[in-house]
Design a protein around this ligand. Sequence first.
Ligand SMILES: CC(C)(COP(=O)(O)OP(=O)(O)OC[C@H]1O[C@@H](n2cnc3c(N)ncnc32)[C@H](O)[C@@H]1OP(=O)(O)O)[C@@H](O)C(=O)NCCC(=O)NCCS
Length: 166
Amino acid sequence: MEKEDLPQFSEWFNTPEVFGDYNPLHQSSKVETEKMLESPLELRPFIIEKKDGTKIGFIAHFHVLHVAGRQLEIGYTLIPSERGKRYCTEAIQIMLDFLFLSMETTRIQATTDTRNLASQKVLEKTGFKKEGTLRKYIFVRGELRDAYLYSILREEWKEPRILTRR
Ligand SMILES: CC(C)(COP(=O)(O)OP(=O)(O)OC[C@H]1O[C@@H](n2cnc3c(N)ncnc32)[C@H](O)[C@@H]1OP(=O)(O)O)[C@@H](O)C(=O)NCCC(=O)NCCS
């Protein structure tokens, strides 16, 4: 994500439909969004772009606990009109290649509301394994919801699928 993407990112961040039915509602000013990106524990977002340059969502990685632990988590979202076209599956594959090729992490995790079947499908298609249920983990639309914890280890990733080592 470049600085010029901030207004678009900030708009998405404040639009409930962009995060769908299974994510907490977000509200963040442009200044707050910019600050969030500066913190080492916070989101490192990448814009998901189609070949023609249309920006259709984002995928982010962030540290779980402390940066020194090298535990990474990813999160992703697409604008509603671009869902169901397998773009997210491809975006996750690229993100896994990027993180395992460029960082010393051995594990990448993701969490998702137990009702979010599309998200579970993309995680399973990209090699993540379900580890278990995080009870009453996310606050969505007025209630605490259970979430599944997924992870993929470096040895399960094995080799890049889309990016190359060079
Ligand atoms: C979750 C999300 C990112 C998936 O992206 P996507 O590009 O639509 O996903 P893909 O098209 O790559 O794959 C979705 C898969 O789930 C399946 N799927 C979609 N909705 C489903 C449902 N309700 N039940 C079962 N399977 C479903 C699709 O058929 C597809 O599987 P297939 O490739 O075998 O046909 C997208 O739906 C989204 O942005 N949702 C809102 C935000 C969100 O929930 N983010 C994740 C937070 S954890």
